[in-house]
Each structure stands twice: as structure tokens, then as C-alpha cells.
Write a protein that binds this ligand. Structure first.
Ligand code: ZN
Length: 497
């Protein structure tokens, strides 16, 4: 009997629960102009983003785009601060009050740099054209992250012009950073190491999740916003095995370098992964389960129960996104030898591992784990680089203000915290214990999400306008509503549920 119920349960889980643990995206389509924020100039904003995109700013060459922003900010009544103006280190800010006012500061951050445009023949409009077809603005950076930067700047400008800002409790800063796509050393890391006191951040909103549909099986039309409160830590590791014997390919030694490396990598690849439900992931599943409701919701809420582990394991084999949320991943991103003819055995072999760790994983322990799995003392292990360790941001009053700001713009939506599987500048802010929340505040179609770091990157005017509204509503919440009095700003009570 028990077995029978158990089997039914397995079938139920596999058929109904599992398929819903993968996000898929689809957009909204409604009349563009009617949704545009009435307090923001329509064509001026579109042309601002278009011209910003036209300033090609692949990482290391941010200056031209930075100068463009600088000139624009000078034309507004915001306070400009240029932190650094080198070609590869252009970091600037536009603030409601001068930074020396030293008010606690709400930071809206984005990055100036973009990844290079590849597969040029696949772009319908040039990657730096900023082409506008009446509905979409095209080009590298449209979503990641120039579009976000313009949303933030325009929300700040609209807020300033709509309200009496003579003496509000918080400063607000739109911060434009360099170098995010290559780790942020010349952007976020530099700014925080040199100017943290001046910037005085109390909360940071940056890129991350977005609004998605088809997340809830019971209500696929409902929009679910994912707000990242933590990110996986990146750890890049080099493995090198040397075997001086080398020799002729026709008579290989039993232990030549490539063979040793292949055997050890195979051990890594076939390891049984541990399931790690970080607090941020547990919070995500609890919220998702609640939104889903019913029996299915119950299972999602409790997905970290060990009794469910066999089914969860099955699911992670087929779903890389889900897998990335609850496991430490190891990707062999490069394997190479010194150049040589086909019949000459290389005397050394190198592999590069791109490891992504669930927060709370100790780097030292993880390197020991890799060493044990490789099971070969001839393999030298060295760390190429790693992102800073950072604690997750709490579900505090700022997070609740984000929820309310999203709900004001999208009344029927649900907002859910989650662990972001990649790394962004938000982690650098979190590593300084500054609460940081990552999301693009718009319902973005699957097609447009897929254009990030790919060809035909674009943003719809509707998304641009909605994003401005969400940031604007957030500023209103924090500046003008309880519980954000100057006496209460350090309230960071978390909600563990
Ligand atoms: Zn980005």
C-alpha cells in the first residue's frame, strides 16, 4: 500500500511539479504610447537610449559613451560626479543632491560597457545603430545594460520634477560603471574601494531577473518577477598536468599528460552532485509554492525535503537552470596543449574550470573537493580568479518597497526573491554588506531575453516605459512613505517565513 502511494506520488511529481520548475518567458503586447509614463518625454527618451547605444563601449573602451552621458547629465538639474575618466575606467554619477550632502544614498546602478557584437550578418540592424522601428530600440546594450541605465536616470529626473525635493531623507544616485562584463575591477570594485564613504549607499538596485510569464502552472498568465538577492560565486581554476616523457604518439607511455587529465576530468564529470538549498533558493521556492497554491504548491514549497531528493536529482539532469540554482557547477571551459605535430605527445596539458558556487560554500573546501575528485597528485591546481564572497541581501523594507513598486505598475504580478546563477556588480556591493537587489523592471519576452549577449539585442518601448515607472514608484515608496523615516533606515529585519 505504502509503495503504491509512493509510486503515485512519483508519477504525480514528475508529471506535474517538475515541469514547472523551469522558467519560460513570454511578453505582453499592448499599445505602446498609452502605457508610457505621462511625466517622461517619449521621443527624447528613445533618442537618448538610441544615441547611447551608438557610442560603442565594449569593455575597456567606455569613455566615449561615458562622455556622452556626462554631457547629458550636465544638461539636467542633477548633480554630476565624475569619479574617473580613463578610457577603460569611466565611472560617473548623477545625483539628486551633491554627494557631499552625505545623505544615505539610494543607488540605481548600471554598467556602461557591453560585450562585443558577433555574428554581424545575423543582426537585422547594425549592433551600434540604435535603430528604432516604432516599437523596439535595437543594438548592443539595449537591455544589458544601457536600457536599464536610461530607465534609472529618467525615473530619477521624473521624481525630481514631480516632487518637492528640497530636503528628503535620502539622496538618489544613478551610477554608471565600467568593466562589469569582465568582473568590475575598474568599475564597482574600484568605486567601492575608493569612494564608498562619499557614495554612502544604503541600498542598491542593479540588473538581474525580470518579469516572466508561464512560471505558474495554475496561472500561466500571471507575471512573476524574479528579484535576485544573492548570486553564485564564480571561481575560475586552472589544472595543469606535466609529464616530461612526452614521446612519440605510436608508442605512448602509460601515463602521458593528456591521458591523466582526461581520466581526472572524467572523475569530476561523473561525480554525484550535492543538492544545496541556499536560503535565497528556499525563499524562492516558498514564495513560488505559495503563489502556485494547492497540492502542487505544497510540494514546491517543500522541495528541499530530503524525501524529494531523488526526484529533484532527476529534474536537475534535464534542466540546467534549475540545476544551477541548487548545485555547485563545474564547467570545463578550456582544454589545451602546447602546439605540436599530430604524432608528438604533448608534455603538458591544461584544463580551465569555470566553477559557480552556491553562496555559503567555502572556496577552500571546494578546492579540496576538486582535488579529491581529480584523484591525481600530479595535477597542479591554481585559482585564476574568483568573485568576492557576499552574503545574500535580506527581504527587508527596501525589498518590500520593490515589491510594492512592481505591484503598483503590474497589479496582478507576483514578486519572488531568487539566487542569480551568474555574477554581476551586485555581488561587489553585497560583499560590502550593502543590500543589493537585481532585476530589470519589465516583462521581457523570451525572444528579447535571448538577445542579451547575442544578436539582435533590443528593448521594447513598452518595457523601457514600464521600467521607468517601477523605479519611479520605488523612489516614491522609499522617499515619501513609512516606514522609511530617517530613524528607520537601518531596519534590515529579514523574513525567513
Ligand atoms: Zn549586464
Amino acid at each position: 500500500m505504502l509503495k503504491c502511494i509512493f509510486l503515485k506520488f512519483i508519477v504525480f511529481f514528475l508529471l506535474t511539479v517538475c515541469p514547472l520548475i523551469s522558467f519560460s518567458y513570454s511578453g505582453q503586447s499592448t499599445d505602446t504610447l498609452s502605457l508610457w509614463p505621462t511625466n517622461v518625454a517619449y521621443y527624447e527618451t528613445i533618442s537618448l537610449l538610441s544615441e547611447y547605444i551608438q557610442r560603442e563601449s565594449v569593455t575597456g573602451n567606455e569613455k566615449e559613451a561615458g562622455l556622452f552621458l556626462e554631457e547629458y547629465i550636465k544638461s539636467t538639474d542633477l548633480n554630476l560626479r565624475v569619479f574617473s575618466d580613463q578610457a577603460n575606467k569611466y565611472n560617473i554619477a548623477a545625483s539628486l543632491y551633491p554627494l557631499d550632502s552625505n545623505k544615505p544614498n539610494i543607488i540605481l546602478q548600471s554598467h556602461i560597457d557591453v560585450v562585443p557584437a558577433e555574428a554581424l550578418e545575423s543582426w537585422d540592424h547594425g549592433p551600434y545603430s540604435g535603430h528604432f522601428d516604432g516599437k523596439y530600440i535595437y543594438g548592443r546594450g539595449a537591455l544589458d545594460c544601457k536600457g536599464v541605465g536610461i530607465m534609472q536616470l529618467k525615473a530619477l529626473m521624473a521624481f525630481k520634477s514631480d516632487y518637492d525635493t528640497a530636503d528628503l531623507p535620502f539622496n538618489i544616485t544613478a551610477l554608471f560603471l565600467s568593466g562589469e562584463e569582465t568582473g568590475g575591477n575598474f568599475g564597482a570594485a574600484y568605486i567601492l574601494s575608493q569612494f564608498k564613504e562619499e557614495l554612502n549607499p544604503v541600498v542598491v538596485l542593479g540588473e538581474g531577473g525580470a518579469g516572466y510569464k508561464n512560471v505558474l502552472k495554475n496561472n500561466p498568465e500571471k507575471t512573476v518577477f524574479g528579484v535576485s538577492i544573492a548570486e553564485k560565486q564564480s571561481l575560475w581554476v586552472k589544472l595543469k598536468v606535466v609529464n616530461e616523457d612526452g614521446g612519440h604518439g605510436a608508442a605512448p607511455s602509460a601515463n602521458y599528460a593528456n591521458l591523466q587529465l582526461i581520466k581526472s576530468l572524467n572523475n569530476l564529470n561523473t561525480r554525484k552532485v550535492n543538492l544545496l538549498f541556499h536560503r535565497s533558493t528556499r525563499q524562492m521556492f516558498r514564495r513560488l509554492g505559495k503563489a502556485e497554491g494547492g497540492v502542487r504548491g505544497f510540494f514546491i514549497r517543500n522541495i528541499n525535503w530530503s524525501i524529494l531528493a531523488p526526484f529533484v536529482r532527476k529534474q536537475i539532469e534535464n534542466d540546467p537552470f534549475f540545476s544551477s540554482l541548487i548545485t555547485n557547477t563545474i564547467t570545463v571551459s578550456n582544454i589545451f596543449n602546447p602546439p605540436g605535430p599530430p604524432n608528438q605527445i604533448s608534455n603538458y596539458a591544461v584544463a580551465v574550470l569555470d566553477c559557480r558556487l552556491v553562496p555559503g560554500t567555502s572556496t577552500k573546501n571546494f578546492l579540496n573537493y576538486i582535488k579529491r575528485k581529480l584523484d591525481n597528485d600530479n595535477i597542479e591546481i591554481s585559482v585564476i580568479s574568483q568573485s568576492p564572497e557576499a552574503k545574500p541581501s535580506k527581504l527587508n523594507n527596501y525589498y518590500k518597497a520593490i515589491e510594492r513598486a512592481i505591484a503598483e505598475t503590474y497589479p496582478q504580478s507576483e514578486t519572488i526573491p531568487f539566487l542569480f546563477p551568474a555574477t554581476s556588480d551586485n555581488s561587489t556591493f553585497r560583499s560590502y554588506d550593502i543590500p543589493s537587489y537585481g532585476f530589470i523592471p519589465a516583462v521581457i519576452s523570451e525572444r528579447d531575453i535571448n538577445s542579451i549577449h547575442s544578436h539582435n539585442e533590443r528593448i521594447s518601448v513598452e518595457d523601457l516605459g514600464s521600467g521607468i515607472k517601477v523605479y519611479y514608484n520605488f523612489l516614491k515608496q522609499v522617499q515619501l512613505k513609512e516606514p522609511f523615516s530617517i530613524f528607520n533606515i537601518f531596519n534590515d529585519a529579514d523574513e525567513e517565513e
